[in-house]
Design a protein around this ligand. Structure first.
Ligand code: ADP
Length: 401
């Protein structure tokens, strides 16, 4: 069974065509700058890469590029669209209604559209992605949606409620939802296998997804009990360009001082803060590390602030979990940045964590245990694979049709 996985953003559409027989990625790529000037990348498992500038007016036009690339030219990987059995979509916000992946129906699309109020940039784009897929494949090819929020739906109210008047929860569903759920689900599932604990029964795990956007989740018995991202992916700790949690009054203070409206303030917190805002150098970790090596003090400050915030969250989650059995590192930074992993694990010396320095320094983008055999806390680097989770869920749901 071949499954097309779609991750539609406001001006981008990422895709992977996965042959579930062996879970092989036949092709993958990205339509960027949709509605602007347009850039299209297509790579196949045999090593072919195509990069072109092409105007794509909307997501439907982007979808045409994808199907054309899959079906023709040097990057061709299938003879006919009928070879694609189903389409799986990544959806950021599934509200409280969706605690698992579901088949796309008109009602589901309506819900995703309504939840756009809670994720304006993402959910509207996802609906466009679903509509574009329906146009390309017709309504006979089943589509499945996989929600970033679903895995966090096990959080208890004491973890997901905010300390504001209760009526805002009732009126507007303002609460912590958590994101990166598909990634936390994948890496924690793999961690439970490594711990030899099917379904995570009896385990206390802290999962650190450290990328451009970052979040940490605390899992007890395989279920999320708390996570750092909140109503939106802005909450938590310092990210590439996002501030993470700040004293809430900082926001109205700066808005008043600078004469900013909510949209402008939102833009500052989401796009101009975090590692970029503090360092003034870049949101990208590799640039930050280079700047630190060149003696840039603000880059060093950004690095130290982030490490400190992560250590505080992990410590808080260990307290909430009543201990910890394993720490997971994943995503661009978690998988590839040994120095950050080292600082975090050394801070857990008080819990009996012992890092295997040589192993840790060598691990980049591959699965490995990076603590010593006598460490009381085990730490793993586990490369994430959200697309595979989406494809697996899609296959499972459509197999039952
Ligand atoms: P997102 O999916 O949220 O856009 P990623 O998970 O791809 O982000 O992570 C991007 C971050 O990972 C960037 O800060 C980048 O510098 C860092 N990163 C990616 N690869 C490496 C690497 N090989 N070495 C160090 N940092 C890396």
């Amino acid at each position: 069974m071949k499954i097309l996985v779609i991750n539609a953003g406001s001006s981008s559409l990422k895709y992977q065509l996965i042959d579930m027989n062996g879970e092989v990625v036949l092709a993958k790529g990205n339509c960027e700058r949709i509605g602007i000037d347009g850039r299209f990348t297509h790579k196949t498992h045999s090593g072919y890469t195509k990069k072109i500038d092409v105007v794509m007016h909307d997501h439907t036009a982007a979808f045409s590029q994808v199907t054309k690339a899959l079906l023709s030219g040097e990057g061709k990987v299938i003879d006919s669209l009928t070879e694609i059995s189903a389409v799986g979509h990544r959806i950021v916000q599934g509200g409280t209604k969706y605690d698992r992946s579901v088949l796309v129906t008109p009602e589901v699309v309506k819900d995703i559209d309504e939840y756009a109020e809670l994720a304006p940039l993402h959910n509207k784009a996802h609906v466009q992605g679903i509509n574009a897929a329906t146009k390309a494949f017709g309504s006979d090819v089943p589509q499945v949606v996989v929600f970033d929020t679903a895995f966090h739906q096990t959080m208890p109210p004491k973890a997901y409620m905010f300390g504001i008047p209760y009526e805002y929860y009732e009126k507007y569903a303002v609460r912590r939802y958590g994101f990166h759920g598909t990634s936390h689900r994948y890496v924690s599932g793999r961690c439970f296998e490594l711990l030899n604990k099917p379904n995570g029964e009896g385990t206390r795990v802290v999962s650190c997804h450290l990328g451009n956007g970052s979040s940490i989740a605390a899992l007890k018995d395989g279920k999320v009990i708390d996570t750092t991202m909140g109503l939106t992916p802005l909450d938590g700790f310092i990210m590439g360009t996002r501030s993470g949690a700040v004293d809430p009054s900082v926001i109205s203070f700066i808005m008043n001082k600078e004469g900013l409206n909510p949209k402008e303030m939102d833009e500052i917190l989401n796009k101009k803060s975090g590692m970029l805002g503090i360092s003034g150098v870049s949101s990208d970790d590799r640039d930050i590390v280079n700047a630190i090596e060149d003696g840039n003090e603000r880059a060093k400050l950004a690095w130290d602030m982030r490490t400190y915030e992560i250590i505080k969250y992990i410590g808080g989650y260990i307290a909430a979990l009543g201990g910890v059995d394993a720490i997971i590192f994943t995503a661009g930074i978690g998988e590839n940045q040994p120095l950050l992993r080292k600082e975090i694990l050394e801070s857990l010396g008080y819990r009996g964590a012992k890092i295997d320095n040589e192993k840790n320094m060598a691990v980049r983008g591959t699965e490995a245990e990076i603590t010593t055999p006598d460490s009381t806390v085990r730490a793993f680097v586990i490369p994430t694979n959200e697309e595979l989770v989406i494809a697996r869920d899609t296959m499972e749901i459509v197999s039952k049709l």
